[in-house]
Unconditional design. Structure first.
Length: 383
């Protein structure tokens, strides 16, 4: 099958948030699930993807530094596989919240929302959008009709390439629910090419041939890692010398060969940025496990826990699920980490990504920061 060009919808208005659950797991005596006078029980859920391994260590490291919040300690039970139905049931029965939630597919957000369990992590599924119980630390990149392009791409590529005038970005996606931007930082945006998932060798060859003929300044591949790798190899084989962009699933410092030849937008500052927050995180992780390797997954788990701690601090002693949600959704709450994670203001970020990121380039042996972490003004309106 040859890749097909399609023109997809523009950004749409934000739908109403998921209706609140009528009762938040309070017993007849008024007890709150996972909460006692002295502790709060929290657990995590991770995908089976090995690149998510270590996120529970990051969460544990952040929680270990907390001590008490309004008289309670955080009893972190670790992270289970989201594919383990029994583990999910255990959490919905006994935990106050799930931190982190890192799953690339499945119905975990819906299951947790129906059970009235708040969750914090990386929003990568449609069920995160408008879900008042789910908090993505980098917002939600899942739009009303599909995955949206982070606005930081345009600004960072414009800086990298010395301007956008006369330059074209070709977008390749493996999702028919992809939302094509009308503009991307002043670049001309070609109609997206939609490829199958999984991509065949023939499709990769045909798509790379089409792109090489078009010769855009940037080929932005918003697809699963296997598709990105296949197309990047085919483009290189045909002598394409432009920029090949990819999402941060290919930012893997522990296995840097995966990012060879790619320019990657990281929505959390890359570990190579060495910000004060990243140094604090590394110290906290090594205080828990002196031999641990700090990875992007560790960072995702750590900052998900940090988000949770900040909301808990706002709630105070009278802790309940509803008060937690009110503190996060109705009090002008915002979250940011200086030079590391851009500002998210709630509840707006249930339905839009944080417009921030850094660009790194991989050479097969490591990554180099070529554009530092920065945020741009997102001019889209939600209502």
């Amino acid at each position: 099958m040859v890749a097909r060009a399609v023109v997809l919808c523009a950004f749409a208005a934000v739908p109403a948030l998921v209706p609140r659950v009528a009762t938040f797991a309070a017993s007849a005596g008024g007890a709150v699930r996972g909460v006692s006078a002295t502790k709060v029980t929290v657990g995590g859920l991770l995908s089976t993807d090995p690149t998510d391994a270590g996120a529970d260590l990051g969460a544990r490291a952040r929680f270990s530094r907390v001590g008490r919040i309004a008289g309670r300690t955080i009893d972190y039970t670790g992270a289970a596989s989201a594919a383990d139905a029994a583990a999910v049931t255990q959490l919905t029965s006994n935990a106050f919240a799930v931190v982190p939630l890192l799953v690339g597919s499945g119905d975990s957000p819906t299951v947790l929302a129906r059970a009235g369990v708040p969750f914090v992590g990386i929003a990568g599924e449609p069920d995160w959008r408008g879900n008042r119980l789910g908090f993505g630390i980098t917002g939600s990149g899942v739009g009303a009709r599909g995955t949206e392009v982070n606005p930081a791409w345009g600004a960072q590529l414009r800086l990298l390439l010395g301007g956008a005038r006369g330059k074209t970005i070709a977008i390749v996606t493996d999702s028919t629910a992809f939302v094509a931007p009308a503009a991307l930082g002043g670049f001309t945006v070609a109609p997206p090419l939609v490829v199958p998932n999984p991509i065949s060798a023939a499709d990769a060859t045909n798509t790379a041939t089409t792109l090489t003929t078009q010769n855009p300044a940037v080929v932005l591949i918003l697809a699963v890692p296997a598709t990105v790798s296949a197309l990047a190899q085919e483009l290189a084989a045909r002598g394409y010398t432009g920029t090949v962009g990819a999402q941060d699933a290919l930012y893997l410092p522990q296995t840097p060969a995966a990012g060879s030849g790619l320019t990657i937008l990281t929505t959390i500052a890359p570990l190579e940025a060495d910000t004060a927050a990243l140094r604090r995180m590394t110290a906290d992780v090594h205080a828990v496990d002196a031999d641990a390797t700090v990875t992007p997954a560790v960072a995702r788990g750590y900052f998900a826990a940090d988000f949770f701690v900040r909301v808990m601090t706002r709630v105070g002693r009278r802790l309940s699920t509803e008060r937690f949600l009110e503190a996060a959704n109705r009090s002008g709450f915002s979250y940011s980490v200086t030079a590391t994670i851009g500002k998210s203001t709630w509840p707006a970020m249930h339905a839009r990504p944080v417009p921030c990121g850094a660009l790194v380039q991989g050479d097969g042996t490591g990554y180099v920061v070529i554009e530092p972490y920065r945020c741009v003004v997102d001019t889209r309106r939600t209502r």
